[in-house]
Write a protein that binds this ligand. Structure first.
Ligand SMILES: *Cc1c(COP(=O)(O)O)cnc(C)c1O
Length: 627
């Protein structure tokens, strides 16, 4: 692959799938697995890993906190998500709103959550965490019996699972057995038995420590990183993540000269080194200085001197290395660059190395041997060179979210905009209420386009005796219609289709009970329908119901459909329905206003987004459906 990045991360989803298949061989027939996707799936991308895991049969996804779970929900994941760490009471609302299953081991939290659920009239499952020797979170053996008796009296929280966690499943079989026995003893007293019982992480699974329970939590091994040297003989795994860069400069160095900060490496003879534009700012650990190897082509070369913030140096001697050559810093074919071997040099943690590398670099995803997607740097703005529309939209979304992520800014915007518009003066700014827009894509017979039915309805003060529904033939024309006050609804027709009376039809248009008549005319290639009724003037200045139905077409070659909110609106519901055999339709909301996270519900072939009727949505909001 040729990209223009200095350093990047490749995520090989085929390798992940192969790792999962290999791990599944260790599951007994009654066991299923939970894919652990906390910390953005150990730096691999939580959404992408979650999608693969679910396709491979994962029953649950495991995250660290409600925020991680919420993000997956907003990205359209509907599978059960377990929040592994103890949640704070401040996270309860989010757990409930986004259907995230908490892991509970504190009475204070349990009753706070019960209380919230009670107010919402909702019941939710939870998993109970036991401490069998790890001594981090979980109920001790002493606390357990009383706790389970008390918590089972709560009516809104329903026990769905019980879990515990090994302290050293990779290297302490004796202690692990003690934990297993303790766990077994405690769970056997629970009546009735919960649906899910889980103790093993990935190392425990292959070390024969997963016989207790019907669910196994797979983390590090699924990403292809061994946690103990002996595991290589038990299972064949490959690293899913590769961290790469390219040679930016090649230099000579003479015997006795030193390289890098604090002069910690000295040339023993005349030699050459390559400069590689990746440093600890990219997650390449500072402690790897003088300790790691990188691979370029067929050879591995030692990293010499200290790791700089943005650069490292590797001695290449007289080997044929050129500027621009690809360098593999982690993962890949050479064992020297596998995470477990890199961290062995500084007594570090491979879990940490994965998280920190995946956090900084741009990621490229491969599936079926092909580049299938890339995701932007999540914590920095950048302008992509290879943007596609939907990609750009998700970048804009990320940037907007980041900017708006301060509640301070959010409330300033809200105060300034809304209070000055509505509350200080007798303003006659009209906004839409109860906005509903549904778009239905129908397969149809044409090889070039789908058929589309749309319905738009809302309440608004009528301020004119007529209005226009327009079908624009270009982006520029659409922009012009957006600026016109008399245009209530616009549709953009693909450049390649001619606009004619058959390609854009207003099938019905109503204001309250009045059925409006339409008068169409062509204007610079666009279609404008003037909608009016002799009695409309009696409704001027009153709040009325608009209902607009259209039938039109949409090009098959476009793989996305966008709906934009063009006026200030209070309460929104958008729905997109598509042919039943489509899968993997994504929905990327870009909302600004009081609620940036519309509720997303999916059924078989319909995605719906909605906010509560009281919430303001500003213009520049919208949603992109990608398919
Ligand atoms: C992170 C985590 C795991 C995954 O462990 P691995 O060693 O990565 O397989 C399992 N269970 C819990 C509770 C965790 O927090």
């Amino acid at each position: 692959m040729k990209n223009n990045d200095r350093t990047w991360v490749e995520i090989h989803l085929d390798t992940y799938r192969a790792n999962i298949e290999a791990l599944k061989c260790f599951l007994s027939p009654d066991q299923s697995f939970m894919q652990i996707v906390k910390a953005d799936a150990y730096g691999h991308g939580a959404l992408e890993i979650a999608e693969q895991a679910l396709a491979l049969g994962a029953r649950f996804l495991g995250v660290a906190n409600s925020e991680e779970g919420r993000l997956l929900r907003l990205q359209g994941i509907t599978a059960p998500i377990l929040v592994l760490s103890p949640s704070l009471e401040t996270e309860i609302a989010s757990l409930i709103d986004y259907d995230l299953t908490p892991t509970i081991s504190s009475w204070g939290f349990a009753i706070a959550m019960e209380d919230h659920l009670h107010h919402k009239g909702k019941q939710m499952p939870y998993h109970l965490k036991l401490d069998t020797g790890m001594h981090r979170s979980g109920l001790s053996r002493q606390e357990f019996y009383k706790f389970i008796e008390q918590i089972s009296k709560l009516t809104e929280l329903k026990l769905e699972g019980v879990l515990s966690h090994y302290a050293a499943s990779e290297n302490d079989p004796d202690f692990s057995r003690e934990q297993e026995e303790c766990f077994f003893e405690l769970i056997s007293s629970i009546k009735p038995q919960p649906s899910f019982i889980h103790l093993a992480n990935s190392s425990a699974l292959i070390n024969g420590l997963a016989s207790c329970g019907n669910l196994v939590r797979l983390g590090i091994l699924s990403y292809g990183i061994y946690t103990h040297p002996q595991q290589r003989s038990l299972i064949d795994l490959q690293p899913v993540m590769q961290f790469k860069s390219r040679v930016s400069l090649i230099k000579d160095i003479e015997k006795g000269e030193t390289c890098g900060y604090n002069r910690l490496w000295m040339a023993e003879h005349d030699t050459r080194y390559a400069l590689i534009p990746a440093g600890y700012a990219d997650g390449y650990d500072y402690l790897l200085g003088n300790r790691a190897e990188v691979s370029i082509g067929e050879h591995c070369f030692p990293v010499i001197g200290k790791i700089s913030m943005d650069m490292i140096t590797a001695e290449i001697g007289d080997k044929p290395v050129s500027v621009g050559d690809e360098v593999c810093l982690m993962g890949g074919a050479a064992l020297q660059t596998h995470a477990e071997n890199l961290v062995a040099g500084y007594n570090g943690s491979s879990y940490e190395l994965l998280c920190q590398l995946g956090r900084r670099a741009r990621r490229y995803y491969y599936l079926n041997g092909q580049l299938c997607s890339s995701s932007p740097l999540s914590r920095r703005d950048f302008v992509p060179a290879d943007f596609s529309d939907s990609k750009l939209n998700s970048i804009i979304e990320a940037a907007v979210l980041q900017r708006l992520d301060s509640s301070e800014i959010g409330s300033i915007v809200y105060r300034e905009m809304l209070s000055s518009l509505f509350f200080d003066k007798d303003s006659d700014i009209h906004y839409r209420k109860g906005f509903r827009h549904s778009i239905k894509l129908i397969e149809g017979d044409s090889p070039l386009h789908y058929e589309v039915e749309t319905e738009l309805s809302y309440r608004k003060v009528l301020d004119s005796e007529y209005f226009i529904v327009a079908c624009a033939q270009s982006e520029t024309a659409l922009q012009a219609y957006l600026k016109r006050k008399d245009v209530e609804y616009r549709w953009l027709m693909d450049d390649n289709f001619e606009i004619n009376p058959d390609s854009f039809i207003v099938s019905s248009i109503k204001v309250n009970e009045l059925r409006l008549s339409t008068d169409s005319r062509h204007e610079n290639g666009c279609l404008e329908l003037r909608c009016s009724h002799p009695e409309l003037n009696t409704l001027l200045g009153k709040e009325v119901d608009f209902v607009i139905n259209t039938r039109t077409i949409y090009p098959r070659k476009s793989h996305q459909m966008s709906i934009f909110i063009t006026e200030l609106t209070k309460g929104i519901s958008l729905s997109f329905s598509y042919p039943e055999d489509w899968t993997g339709v994504e929905c990327i909301p870009i909302f600004s206003g009081q609620n940036r996270y519309p509720k997303i519900t999916r059924s078989r072939n319909i995605i719906e987004l909605s906010t509560s009727p009281e919430e303001w949505i500003f213009t520049l909001s919208g949603v992109v459906f990608a398919y």
